[in-house]
Design a protein around this ligand. Structure first.
Ligand SMILES: Nc1ncnc2c1ncn2[C@@H]1O[C@H](COP(=O)(O)OP(=O)(O)OP(=O)(O)O)[C@@H](O)[C@H]1O
Length: 261
């Protein structure tokens, strides 16, 4: 569905410095229903890659195609959730969820009907009319994810969406995102700094390396499906296979960081 072929990004150097090769020759496919997670040391180009997929940025060379058509800018088929959600704090949950639909000109009754379909999935059914400034950080982030979903994108792009949450809320949010992913059958591209989160959530993991930013390792992962077929999140994360994979990926990332130091 989404194909990235030999995509490179060169940022102009600041104040006469050399250009930064943020991405070199990236090859990546995101298939329907796939959950792709990007992991890697700071500066390896994860956000640049997300911006390319979102269409916020054009590659310096190479191609990005969605169903065969070149991606030339942002579009409704791709929705982005950032760590710092851009919610309207004074507006209530249902109006925040349906804000994108309002911008598209969908009339109020219809946009509230669409948004209500997500309230239960998000665990927010009792908060429809609560202003979002009164909600906890975890609930606000769920509203942010829900707002991206109401636009019915084909690919949900998430840049470290759970980074600001405490450990327990973060684990719950991971499980909720997996349930949403399963129910909505979206493709997901998620950036995280947490190896555990990456392994738990993804069906496909890419590990990236900096200077120049490139994909150095790829893994297919079984853990999210194990959770969705009934194992608790804790059980999955404590299993010997999960721990072994965590050590493998951590050693790759530590080796990169040592090289960079
Ligand atoms: N607008 C820009 N102009 C110049 N250089 C940039 C620009 N944006 C990013 N870079 C550089 O490109 C490289 C990749 O940055 P990017 O933000 O994509 O990495 P990242 O893996 O998302 O990092 P982090 O994990 O710290 O968010 C870094 O060296 C960064 O300093």
């Amino acid at each position: 569905m989404l194909e990235i072929r030999r995509a490179s990004v060169l940022y102009p150097g600041r104040d006469g410095a050399d250009p930064v090769e943020a991405l070199r020759s990236i090859e990546l496919d995101i298939e329907p229903g796939e959950f792709v997670v990007a992991l890697g040391a700071s500066g390896c180009g994860k956000s640049t890659l997300l911006n390319l997929i979102a269409g916020f940025l054009a590659p310096s060379s190479g191609q990005i195609r969605l169903d065969g058509a070149p991606v030339t800018g942002p579009g409704q088929d791709r929705a982005v959730v950032f760590q710092k959600h851009a919610l309207m704090p004074w507006m209530n949950v249902i109006d925040n969820l349906s804000f994108g639909l309002k911008l598209q000109g969908v009339e109020k009754a219809e946009r509230h009907r669409i948004a209500r379909e997500f309230l239960e999935l998000l665990g927010l059914e009792d908060f429809e009319t609560s202003p979002v400034y009164m909600l906890s950080g975890g609930m606000q982030q769920r509203v942010g994810i829900g707002r991206a979903l109401t636009a019915d994108p084909r690919i949900l792009l998430m840049d470290e969406p759970l980074g600001a949450l405490d450990a327990l809320t973060r684990e719950r949010a991971q499980e909720l995102i997996l349930r949403i992913w399963e129910a909505q059958k979206k493709s997901v591209f998620l950036i995280t700094h947490s190896v555990e989160e990456a392994l738990f959530m993804g069906t496909k993991l890419i590990v990236m390396s900096p200077r120049p930013g490139r994909i150095t390792h790829r893994f297919d992962l079984p853990f999210s499906r194990q959770h969705l077929s009934g194992m608790s999140g804790r059980e999955v994360k404590a299993s010997p296979d999960f721990i072994a994979m965590r050590e493998t990926v951590l050693s790759i990332i530590f080796a990169d960081e040592e090289k960079a130091a």
